[in-house]
Design a protein around this ligand. Structure first.
Ligand code: ADP
Length: 163
């Protein structure tokens, strides 16, 4: 059974993430979305538990997709599976540089680990969780940015969240 891991912070999950996860779920038998703590990023908007709840709410329609919260390094987490491939989305050249570096580090830590990239769908190349957080903090309409199931969750959080 082929297995893909889709890692990220998902703070919050966006339509860009959903697009990559949906396409991955059509290629692999099983997909594990890995919601990670990213210490290099600024203070998150949502707790890990809130990010998991939102992702599960959105991804419930995909029977072969599950959501997990690995702690520690992804290169270690992946060892618990017989074989797994990391799948990431690429939006722009800036993503490529970062992802290329991450890929080399992961390879150094775990030489078995392979990473595959799906290019972002044209209509989501501009979209990131940080764009969503920014827009939400100004009370902007989030239609077309995040899945409709979580628009209210993001709006509610934005009222109490300070950037
Ligand atoms: P963000 O950069 O939005 O904070 P994450 O750190 O959660 O996102 O990224 C998780 C994965 O999803 C990464 O591989 C990232 O490149 C990918 N991704 C994020 N947004 C998009 C998008 N709009 N289109 C395609 N891939 C994306």
């Amino acid at each position: 059974m082929s297995l893909a891991l889709c890692p990220g912070s998902f703070d919050p999950i966006t339509l860009g993430h959903l697009n990559i996860i949906r396409r991955t779920s059509q290629i692999f038998d099983r997909v594990v979305v890995c919601i990670m703590v990213n210490s290099s990023k600024t203070e998150p908007m949502f707790t890990i538990e809130e990010r998991v709840d939102m992702a599960r709410k959105v991804l419930v329609r995909f029977p072969n997709v599950e959501v997990e919260t690995p702690t520690g390094l992804l290169s270690d987490y992946v060892k618990k599976f017989d074989s797994a491939v990391i799948v990431k989305g690429l939006r722009a050249a800036s993503d490529f540089e970062y992802e290329f570096q991450m890929n080399l580090i992961n390879k150094m830590l775990n030489p078995q680990l392979e990473t595959m990239f799906l290019t972002a769908s044209e209509k989501y190349t501009f979209l990131s969780s940080s764009v969503v957080r920014e827009m939400a903090s100004y009370g902007a309409d989030l239609t077309g940015l995040v899945p409709c199931e979580i628009i209210e969750d993001v709006k509610e959080k934005a009222k109490i969240w300070r950037r």
